[in-house]
Design a protein around this ligand. Structure first.
Ligand SMILES: NC(=O)c1ccc[n+]([C@@H]2O[C@H](COP(=O)([O-])OP(=O)(O)OC[C@H]3O[C@@H](n4cnc5c(N)ncnc54)[C@H](O)[C@@H]3O)[C@@H](O)[C@H]2O)c1
Length: 399
């Protein structure tokens, strides 16, 4: 077998998961290739710039690009790599079901560019059983490759610090797949934890579903407290202060983003649609923008008011708008208010307004994403600020 030019190829390596991973491998001295079909992102990365915000990533990119990291929209990048990590998106479809057909199409198209003896590592969050299905598919396509599943568990925006501190879960369809994947991830992770593929798939998906349910619990409590005319954060502070058993209760907020909702729906689909906690969490979290709008309509003459939404990203200090509930809030409010003005510190969008203009013109403000920059705002004293995240530590202002 000819020696491989690269130790590892990251397919989907210009995305939010793939690029930090490729950088971590390249910084660890591995020879890394990236194959990504997003031409614009490929050009940006080649120029040494990050296509999105990721803590500490750009200096590393500038250090490794053209040295230990090569990037192209070219599937042959995968051919020349000993191990191929796949991090393409794994969304649910319009019926909220996992999309294995997309995974199948992806591998059928990549097939001519894979070679016997390679190790294929799935890293996207997948429905239980997917790794074994991919293994069977690749064998049916006549390939003699190892197949592993090594889920991504770091928080978007903090990947490079978290790789160094979190254990990496490693699983594979045979012993060699596990050995090779373990060797790879030991280069960037402090420890590896070995599981079967099914155990690893469930570990990752349960983690995301648990997170989603935790947020839903806080959001449900917020709605109940508000309906009783009580500010939720008076209760939250009392529940959690010096009371370690409540340390797991997160703050309320617009719980969304590219993972939690869709992974909860993936697990529901894999559980005969009887994931009662998951479906309840979905109804609560997705219903929060409507709840906020309804409360505001009861308290204010919204139809004559201009509402400002501060923060459109799905979480604080992020430029990622994917599946952000601030957009749902905007839509709901547009049907009720005279005007809705949106702004975000990190996202460029021609429909957004500068922060100063929103602070100046809005009759009512809502914190959509709790970016730290908003702590310093000074809106007119007469402008209510609705703060379901308790960014200012003064309560929600919903009652
Ligand atoms: N974003 C997160 O915080 C996070 C965390 C853990 C797991 N995940 C999982 O990782 C997966 C990827 O998420 P992401 O946020 O990085 O998505 P993303 O959209 O940011 O990145 C995916 C990348 O894959 C590329 N791509 C798509 N199809 C391709 C193909 N056929 N060939 C080559 N490249 C292709 C896209 O151009 C894109 O750059 C998701 O399925 C998600 O479940 C995401």
């Amino acid at each position: 077998m000819a020696p491989f030019r690269f130790d590892v190829c990251v397919v989907g390596g210009c995305g939010h998961v793939g690029l930090p991973l490729a950088l971590a491998f390249a910084r660890a001295g591995l020879r890394v290739s990236v194959y990504d079909t997003n031409e614009r992102a490929v050009e940006t990365v080649r120029a040494g710039r990050m296509p999105f915000l990721e803590g500490g990533a750009e200096p590393i990119l500038r250090e490794v690009i053209g040295r230990t990291l090569e990037v192209a929209n070219d599937p042959r990048m995968a051919t020349e790599a000993r191990q191929v990590v796949v991090v393409i998106g794994t969304p649910v479809d319009e019926h909220l079901n996992p999309t294995f057909h997309a995974m199948r199409r992806f591998f059928v198209e990549l097939r001519p560019h894979l070679v016997d003896g390679q190790s294929i590592i799935l890293r996207s969050t997948v429905a239980p059983g997917t790794t074994q299905k991919v293994h069977a598919l690749l064998m049916s396509l006549g390939l003699d490759v190892r197949v592993a599943f090594c889920p991504e568990r770091v928080a978007e925006g903090h990947a490079l610090e978290e790789f160094a501190t979190l254990p990496q879960i490693v699983s594979g369809c045979d012993e060699q797949a596990v050995v090779l994947a373990s060797e790879l991830f030991r280069r960037i992770a402090p420890t590896v934890q070995r599981l079967t593929p099914l155990e690893a798939e469930l570990t990752k998906i349960f983690t995301n579903v648990w997170r989603y349910i935790q947020f839903a619990t806080a959001n449900q409590f917020l709605m109940i407290a508000t309906d009783h005319g009580v500010d939720f954060y008076r209760v939250f502070e009392a529940m959690t202060r010096d009371y370690p058993r409540m340390a797991g209760l997160p703050r309320s907020g617009f719980a969304a983003g590219p993972c939690l909702f869709k992974d909860t729906m993936q697990l529901a689909a894999a559980s005969d649609n009887s994931l009662l906690l998951g479906h309840a969490a979905m109804l609560i979290n997705e219903g929060l923008p409507n709840f906020v709008a309804k409360r505001l309509k009861q308290r204010y003459p919204l139809a004559r008011m201009r509402v400002g939404v501060l923060g459109m990203a799905f979480k604080a200090e992020s430029d990622d708008p994917r599946e952000s509930l601030s957009y749902k809030l905007r839509k709901v409010l547009e049907a009720e208010a005279a005007e809705v003005l949106c702004t975000d510190v990190y996202i460029q969008d021609p429909t957004f307004r500068p922060l100063d203009e929103v602070l100046d013109r809005a009759d009512l403000l809502i914190i959509g994403a709790p970016h730290r920059e908003y702590r310093a705002i000074e809106p007119p004293a007469s402008t209510p600020v609705i703060d379901i995240w308790n960014l200012f530590g003064k309560g929600t202002a919903l009652v």
